[in-house]
Design a protein around this ligand. Structure first.
Ligand code: TXA
Ligand code: MG
Length: 331
């Protein structure tokens, strides 16, 4: 595996020799870890079935759980999906950004059936993170990319997280520093009359509903699986090694503590280790810190992590979704 470290704020990286080498690797069907504003993605050419198969194999991911295809622009998304007025409105308002749209797959789209898990719909995203967009543009291929972690584990927000988890499967990891949003994209399904929030994420429900002018139907992710076609699949996901207790009322000396806001839980000073997601109670800061916090508390050897209540509006909805799934019983 090779590591390409780049400075996202200087445009020089676009002409670096590594840019050509990474494109060659992607076009040969190799796996490359690519940063986005949400999390690091485990990317491959979405039109190459064998390359997509490598993604499932590397993650240990069930093949009925489809992948998001990343494209450089709305125009190129329209080569792969059918965009009605609602889809166009959302794409124009929020792309590039942390929003994935599930729309009917366009006839003739070369995205492989493995990437869509054989569904007649396709998940498309134009990320804000410029590296993914640049590589999709330069290769001329949609890039399939789930989060670059072993299935069920904590999603990566730094190159080191990816390397620790998936190094043997990668030809390249592109290191552009920590992800700014820190939590995966929001997924909206536009496949029937009712727009649906399939997964809360880095774009808030409130912002989406305002642009749509209508409410999003919700899937109860505490009882329904991540994968649309897999009833009964366990919801456990984003799991630290420690057991997670939600909405804790007090800290305990043996346990790790995941706090939020200016007021710590009673007994916090005696906790084994405490990570405050945002001492000022800022939900965007909390989202950006969430996965690192779980890793950090794990590294402190707590067998149990107690999490303080986090408000359930704005980005809090996505944070609570990840925490609930991290706390779900393991398979
Ligand atoms: O922020 C993100 O979304 C990151 C970065 C890398 O873009 N990607 C990501 O991918 O989180 P992944 O594979 O971890 O999550 C993709 C989700 C899965 O829950 C999958 O079931 C859903 O998208 N999905 C993909 N295609 C779908 C479809 N056709 N219908 C419904 N859900 C779909
Ligand atoms: Mg994931």
């Amino acid at each position: 595996m090779q590591r390409w470290t780049l400075d996202i704020d200087s445009p020089d990286w676009k002409s670096a020799p590594e840019a050509d080498a990474v494109c060659t690797a992607l076009l040969a069907g190799d796996l490359v870890a690519i940063p986005t504003e949400t999390v690091y993605g485990l990317a491959a050419d979405a039109t190459d079935g064998k390359a997509c198969a490598r993604i499932f194999q590397a993650k240990g991911r069930p093949q009925f759980n489809p992948l998001i295809s990343h494209v450089p622009s709305l125009e190129s998304a329209m080569d792969h999906g059918e965009f009605d007025d609602r889809a166009l409105k959302l794409a124009r308002a929020f792309w590039p950004g942390p929003l994935t749209l599930v729309v009917p797959k366009k006839k003739g789209s070369p995205i492989s059936d493995l990437a869509t898990a054989g569904l007649e719909t396709v998940a498309l995203r134009v990320p804000k993170g410029p590296v993914m967009r640049f590589l999709a543009e330069k290769t001329g291929r949609p890039l399939a990319a789930p989060s670059a972690n072993t299935s069920g584990r904590i999603s990566p927000t730094r190159a080191e997280d990816v390397i620790a988890d998936l190094e043997p499967s990668l030809s390249y990891v592109i290191d552009a520093g920590p992800c700014t949003v820190g939590i995966e994209s929001t997924i909206v399904g536009l496949i029937d009359d009712q727009p649906r929030l399939l997964r809360p994420g880095g774009l808030t429900r409130e912002d989406i509903e305002q642009v749509l002018g209508t409410e999003l139907a919700t899937r109860d992710t505490s009882t329904q699986p991540d994968a649309p076609t897999a009833p009964g699949m366990l919801t456990s996901h984003y799991a630290p090694n420690a057991r997670l207790i939600l909405e804790a009322a007090e800290a305990s000396p043996e346990d790790g503590l995941l706090s939020f806001g200016p007021t710590s839980l009673p007994g916090a000073e005696a906790a084994r280790a405490e990570f405050n997601l945002s001492p000022t109670g800022d939900l965007a800061e909390a989202a950006a810190n969430l996965f690192q916090a779980l890793r950090w508390l794990d590294a402190h050897g707590a067998a149990v992590i107690r999490a303080q209540i986090i408000p359930n509006f704005g980005l809090g909805e996505a944070i609570n979704d990840r925490l609930r799934r991290a706390a779900a019983p393991r398979p």
